[in-house]
Write a protein that binds this ligand. Structure first.
Ligand SMILES: Cc1cc2nc3c(=O)[nH]c(=O)nc-3n(C[C@H](O)[C@H](O)[C@H](O)COP(=O)(O)O)c2cc1C
Length: 302
């Protein structure tokens, strides 16, 4: 087997294939479909300090080559996650990356400190970019000064690998990526969903209960690929690519433009075993060419 290891902060991933937050539950839901030990790691559903019920009404709608969601960050809350969920996933031989969010700097810091007490959590992924919540995340994700100060505040309370997940709903992703780096992030992951809407023209109502939602899936891949490329050129920390990844070709494209690792999101809803297929595919691809992962990363000709 080819050496597929990658280093992100203080974490060594056994390979660069991760699953994206909100598309992989808390982990155990996917046990029937794939060997979780095969993955580089997985990102949990976004955790908040307190449990959250999420948005009412229709929460998901299919769109051409993608989907819109307005889940509203439903989750079990940090206490239930640490006491009940984490013990169920602790034995997995893969990196556990906890995606988390809050509505104030104080709560972000409190939550990061609480999560950092667990030895089994490998990394924290700070979500600044959820478009479904009316206050909070989206505000942080659009303001570089807030991103830098928030990242610095969270950095002070955790020694764990700190990944800042960026929103694509900004004018210039390199500005927000640099702000996360300046604040002390170990890596940036991008992109979260693009804000969209759908209407039902028969009822003349918005399709989603929340009216607007986050667009994901193959439809957003070109946008994500462009943003990952732009970001990888300007930051020194690793970039984790996310957006429409469904095939081995997609994985290679993101690595070529400079991603050190990738996350598979909506594709898990089409084929819940796809992430393992991608690990095996990447291994074969490199072995057949006698190429190293390091040589592949960032090797696009400019
Ligand atoms: C149903 C659903 C729920 C999501 N929940 C979260 C979340 O809780 N936290 C987060 O940071 N991103 C969340 N995302 C965003 C994904 O992690 C990912 O960034 C996005 O879907 C783009 O990747 P994709 O095109 O491969 O799906 C969610 C996406 C979907 C489709």
């Amino acid at each position: 087997m080819t050496d597929l290891r990658v280093h992100i902060g203080v974490t060594t991933l056994k390979n660069p294939i991760l699953t994206a937050s909100g598309t992989f539950g808390y982990g155990p839901e996917f046990e029937p479909y794939l060997n979780l030990h095969a993955l580089g790691g997985f990102c949990t559903k976004g955790i908040s300090l307190e449990p959250r019920a999420g948005n009412p009404g229709v929460r998901i709608v299919e769109t051409p080559s993608g989907m819109l969601n307005s889940i509203g960050l439903e989750n079990c809350g940090s206490r239930v996650f640490l006491d009940e969920m984490l013990p169920k996933i602790a034995a997995y031989d893969t990196a556990i990356i906890v995606n988390f969010y809050a509505h104030s700097e104080e709560d972000f810091v409190k939550l990061a400190a609480t999560l950092s007490e667990s030895d089994r959590i490998d990394a924290l992924e700070m979500n600044l970019s959820c478009p479904n919540v009316k206050q909070g995340g989206s505000v942080f994700g659009a303001d570089p000064r807030l991103i830098e100060s928030l990242t610095a505040a969270v950095r002070k309370v955790t020694k764990k690998t700190l990944i800042v997940k960026l929103s694509p709903n900004v004018t210039d992703i390199t500005v927000t990526a640099r702000a996360a780096e300046a604040g002390g992030a170990d890596a940036v992951s991008l992109i979260n969903t693009l804000i969209g809407a759908a209407v039902d023209r028969r009822t003349r109502r918005f399709t989603l209960g929340n009216k607007i939602g986050g667009l994901s899936g193959p439809a957003i891949k070109p946008v994500a690929l462009r943003m990952v490329w732009q970001t990888a050129r300007v930051v020194k920390i690793p970039v984790i690519g996310i957006g429409g990844i469904a095939t081995l070709g997609d994985v290679i494209d993101f690595l070529l433009v400079g991603a050190r690792a990738v996350q598979v999101g909506s594709a898990n809803f089409v084929n819940p075993g796809v992430a393992q297929d991608l690990v095996e595919g990447l291994d074969r691809y490199l072995a057949e060419r006698g190429e190293t992962l390091d040589a592949l990363i960032g090797s696009v000709q400019e």
